[in-house]
Design a protein around this ligand. Sequence first.
Ligand code: GLC
Ligand code: CA
Length: 554
Amino acid sequence: MKTRWYKDAVVYQIYPRSFCDGNGDGIGDIRGIISKLDYIKSLGVDAVWLSPVYKSPNDDNGYDISDYRDIMDEFGALDDWKEMIEGMHSRGIRLIMDLVVNHTSDEHAWFVESRKKDSNYRDYYIWRKGRGKNGKKPPNNWTSNFVGPAWEYDEQSGEWYLHLFSKKQPDLNWENPKVRQEVADICNYWFDLGVDGFRCDVITYISKRDGLPNGKLKFPLIGNENYIVGPNYHKYIRELNERSFSRYDSMTVGESIGITPDNAFEAIDESVGELDTVFSFDHMGVDFKMNVIPAKFNLAKYKKILDKWQQLPKTCQPTIFLENHDQPRCLPRFSGDYGDKRELAGMALAASMLFMRATPYIYQGQEIGMTNCDFRQEDYQDIMSVNALKMIKRVCPILLPYARKVLLKRARDHARTPMQWTAGENAGFSTVKPWMKLNPNYKEINVEDSESREDSLLNFYRKALAYRKGKDVIICGDFKLVYPKSKDIFAYVREYHGKRLFVIVNFKNKKVDFKLPKDLTFNNCSLALNNYADASKTLKDMKLREYEALVYEL
Ligand code: GLC
Ligand code: CA
């Protein structure tokens, strides 16, 4: 039943609110996506991961779902969605939906019912008595990933409910078998409507440690170790796989904080029947300490992290991504001060990721080299940024200037500025002012301009994707880093049944010497991909130019 098509697939992520507005209200929507299906097809991607489009009061832009079986009014109707998936399938593009089931919206019918103490739905969520006199202190010291305590007091019942994200996102109680069956039913509902898989939101948080024990409080006081890959995590995912995922030719990718190369085998190996793949975030932590404090990017460290995933058995499929809707743009993070070489730098990043043994994900706008935005304080829309600023203003206003500086590097908002389609009004995203600040650089950075130049970053992505399609050496070849300790060069060899691919990328905005490794022998060599027109046709000692990227077949 399972063809494991995802092993040779490239996925394009759409954040619907910011992709394209089809009806002129300033908010991206499904009709907007439909109007861009030919563009998506032209990239050469095989699947789309669509961030949530379900009914939602939008406390966290759709990651707070009030009805899992219907579409958010702002995005359109179920019929629009059906037209969209048909349009994708007729173009050979599969659709991965976002599955957000660690929590629901507090406006979901289950939670509305659950607030009543004697309701059959009480046990769908995690309710506890408070500590201290009168129970007015939260049941434990867990903190929300969106700042502040992870518990909210409910006057009506005199108890607290757990919310690992905003207080409008109560956590579901996965210990309740009824909840687990509801989740399987939701998945099957969408599979029966034709979806090809799910990206499973914070899925490693579903099983909380027995007794919900206090965690160690660590800076920056967000998150906690007592619910990450908890005691029943594997059991619940296996059950869901059996009831749903395994019944379709599906692919799943978990947002899996806590799954590392050391425990990945038990989570994603083909033999275990859980999720097919996971996103891990360690490589996203190289330029941030504790996921927050900006740090200097260290290429050697970054390669070491990725290499560990590459060395897993071939029955464990890694993923690779440089951006998503929760991350700042990759160019300012990993390419340093790229000056006027933005597109060359983007090509270097693309070449470094696209030939690994992995399912690559490209986030909307990455293919044209969109950048971070120079936000003012009032521009931030994301609940995480807004809460962080509020909290600092309240507890330590002296830190505000520093917090603003951090947000300019770290805010999730950077990924959520509207997609830049043209140099025209509202960047071609909408006919009216968009819901979220446009990056003013849309006049230079946009799809229309990228289409007009043969040597654009966009066209480099197209060439690279066309090249990688169907190549065994890329899908399942061995991976070996060359000069793993180099802080300038990211180079690797892929090898499969005597076929080799040599990828060399200069990560820096400076010229760098490259010497052929002593143990490398070959008879023939041909240049398969390059970002400088006059690149060397043969593999030899050379001076790599700024952000030069080269792929050779040996
Ligand atoms: C995931 C999503 C993020 C969301 C959070 C809560 O991390 O990627 O956007 O805010 O889960 O659902
Ligand atoms: Ca709209």
